[in-house]
Design a protein around this ligand. Sequence first.
Ligand code: TTP
Ligand code: MG
Length: 348
Amino acid sequence: MRKIIHIDMDCFYAAVEVRDFPELAGKPVAVGGQSARGVLTTCNYEARRFGCRSAMPTFKALRMCPDLIVRPVRFERYREASNKVREILRACTQQVEPLSLDEAYLDVTAHNRYGWTIAKEIRGAIESTTGLTASAGIAPNKMLAKIASDWRKPNGQFAVTPEMVDTFMRDLPVAKIWGVGPKGSNKLAKLGVVSCGELQQLPAHRLRELFGRFGDELFNLCRGLDDRPVEPRRLRKSLSNERTFERNLEDWEGCRDELDRLYRELVDDLDGKAAGRQVAKAFVKVKFSDFTRTTKECVCRKPDLETFRALLREAFHRSGESVRLIGAGVRFRDEDQQDEVDQLELDL
Ligand code: TTP
Ligand code: MG
């Protein structure tokens, strides 16, 4: 039996705006396009009381809620917050599958503590680190965990225990099932099927007629069965830049200048593509005019220019040939080591 947690941030983009601009607190706030043809990406719970929703045209939302404050989208801020949340999740387990900027599945089957307790701790860490609240669902599989995270929103959590699954599914509207869109639930409503309990009465071949291959999956899903594993995305193991020269570099000074350039690019990439990763090693790579090649690396937590120069100097002097390519890069600590370090930082 698996133990899955689904974490979903509360009115994510709007919550970031309210955090960054405290004068917005308590007011109806949406994020989206302000023009006549603009659309809301989301809005906070104050605005939802007026009927405002994601994907609603801004003019319509303003008609429902004339005091609505519509903020422009600041994607970079949301990404930053999302990265912090992911760090917190990965400090708990490597079995994290992000679904979007604001939600992720965790498989905590291997933890010998209650999923409920783990979810509470994660939500606490998210709030104290980012100033944003999240809701959580805890269940024996992904589908149920995702449904459950919606049940006590905002800033709440709900668990579907294995014993509860049958009762929980019986009254659940079919529209809540992952993969059944508005089209699917309309099709079923025409047949008088609204709840999962009613859907369970349809035989497998009927579901296949109605939904094709998805029908087989639906047969299980409407019974609360879902064996899709949590699939963590692979993190990159290293990051490097290299350059082949039009004319081979004959001397050390020429190589050093090129290295300085590569180093600056690498630092930019580290800040961007690999923000939050911990470096384990620095390396350089050199190809010579006779097509022989060499690499030189060293253990290194904070890669600085001096480190790379020292590596390149040694690699350069291994051959008397001129240089046709230089590369500079880092290898990251693997996730196991990273988790240990993050865990320590979280405990502090
Ligand atoms: P959701 O998790 O669907 O919504 P939410 O976090 O705003 O609200 P809830 O408390 O109900 O979870 O989406 C996460 C973010 O994704 C949301 O803040 C804005 C963005 N988004 C869009 O840009 N367009 C959309 O249509 C939706 C639904 C979300
Ligand atoms: Mg959300």
